[in-house]
Design a protein around this ligand. Structure first.
Ligand code: FAD
Length: 391
């Protein structure tokens, strides 16, 4: 039977941004309904590398930028939540690595001496040697330098699972939610499965899906941009754990490697960075060959003989900026009775929720409604990319 459901905040999109905000708002006493059109975490979040950046990557030019400063507090925010001392209780979520690393394969580090010596980075970047080196570099053939960053790497599908637990009965699945618009351009309600959801405020956290939602609603600003990537996945039974940016000759990492557990007990190296940015122009086979050559050059002692290889095309969705530059912070823009947002990084989900809470408070939106949401169809959790990408 069709009915009208009332809630304080209706969130569209169940990636890291929507799920984190949903849990945070519930913790503050707001009633919420989060509508997901596919599977929770099935967008960029579940395909991300899980690095909780502190901004070091953006400081490779030799000076800290606005991006690195705004993001610098995020590792501690996440760490506190993972330990049960933060704004959300994420105890039990799998931490894949206590640290992410920077690794220079050769003499290049000398060009970056200023960067490593900079006062702003003191305490955030430590050179590591000998027994402190990650296992993969503890090989007599390794000649480069390794730096440990104050950044962590989480198992994103596991974080999504935990955030969905914190959501209680606020999650609802609908493959095509419809926006109902009032004459003044604000949102009147969202229609799902024949029900109407009415909220004090609506939040768009649908990632790439925000574009179609904004179109459906009839709003042209803010506009969205896509940054296409083609990631490479390597799966094998004996891959050593590796969480590192490999430095190249440009300020962007030549390759960023993270390691993820597969359901069949094997491990998957997930390769991003410039390899994935430049790889969008290559066929999957050509990109795999390039990745194989790169790894042979960088880590020739690692045995990749029995590994499976594949690629994953995926877009980053961000607010439009001239020249496709990387946005600096989580983005949140109020439009009528709606907040339109893109975190721009997984790591910035707490920052996005700060901005949303502060907007709601400044607009005088307080917790006030409490409907019964039981019995609504619940979205599934997305399967990890490394479990479904291999043929
Ligand atoms: P998404 O995760 O894309 O979630 C949006 C959700 O909305 C999806 O579940 C989708 O199904 C749903 N949806 C879409 N349309 C609708 C609709 N009409 N109605 C309802 N629901 C809808 N960031 C980091 O900080 N660290 C990293 O290591 C990192 N690595 C990355 C690697 C890759 C390959 C990529 C692509 C991104 C990476 N990022 C990383 C960026 C990060 O993943 C994203 O910024 C972040 O996950 C975006 O989260 P989101 O919740 O906004 O979007």
């Amino acid at each position: 039977m069709s009915k009208t459901l009332e809630t304080d905040i209706c969130i569209l999109g169940g990636g890291i941004a929507g799920l984190w905000l949903n849990a945070r708002l519930r913790g503050l006493g707001y009633s919420t309904l989060l509508i997901e059109r596919g599977a929770l975490g099935g967008g960029q979040s579940g395909k991300s590398q899980g690095i909780i950046h502190g901004g070091t990557k953006y400081a490779l030019h030799g000076k800290l930028t606005a991006a690195s400063e705004s993001i610098a507090g995020m590792p501690n925010r996440w760490r506190a939540s993972l330990q049960g001392d933060g704004e959300l209780d994420l105890r039990g979520v799998r931490l894949l690595s206590e640290h992410h690393y920077l690794w220079s394969p050769g003499s290049l580090i000398s060009n970056l001496a200023g960067f490593f010596a900079s006062k702003a980075l003191r305490g955030k970047v430590d050179a590591v040697k000998g027994k402190d080196l990650p296992e993969v570099f503890a090989n007599p053939s390794f000649r480069g330098k390794v730096y440990r960053l104050a950044e962590l790497v989480i198992d994103v599908p596991d974080a999504v699972r935990r955030l969905s637990e914190l959501a209680g009965d606020s999650l609802v699945s609908d493959s095509a939610p419809q926006i109902e618009r009032r004459d003044d351009g604000s949102i009147n309600a969202v229609r799902i499965n024949g029900h109407q959801i009415k909220a004090q405020r609506y939040v768009l956290t649908a990632g790439e899906g925000n574009e179609a939602l904004l179109q459906d609603w009839g709003v042209s600003q803010p506009a969205m941009q896509r940054r296409p990537l083609q990631m490479v996945l390597v799966k094998g039974p004996n891959l050593p754990p590796l969480y590192a940016h490999c430095l190249g000759s440009s300020p962007k990492p030549r390759m960023t490697i993270t390691t993820h557990p597969c359901a069949d007990g094997q491990w998957c190296w997930y390769l991003g960075g410039e390899l994935a940015e430049q790889g969008v122009h290559l066929t999957p086979d050509a990109l795999v060959s390039k990745a194989q050559q790169e790894l042979k050059e960088l880590l020739p002692w690692v045995d990749l003989a029995n590994c499976q290889w594949t690629t994953l095309p995926v877009n980053r969705a961000e607010p439009a900026q001239s020249g496709l530059v990387r946005p600096d912070t989580a983005y949140l823009q109020p439009v009528q009775n709606v907040l339109v947002s893109w975190p721009t990084k997984l790591a910035l989900a707490p920052d996005l929720s700060d901005q949303a809470v502060s907007q709601l408070q400044s607009q005088g939106i307080r917790p006030s409604l409490n409907d019964d949401y039981s019995g609504l169809p619940r979205p599934q959790l997305a399967a990890p990319a490394w479990d479904i990408c291999f043929p």
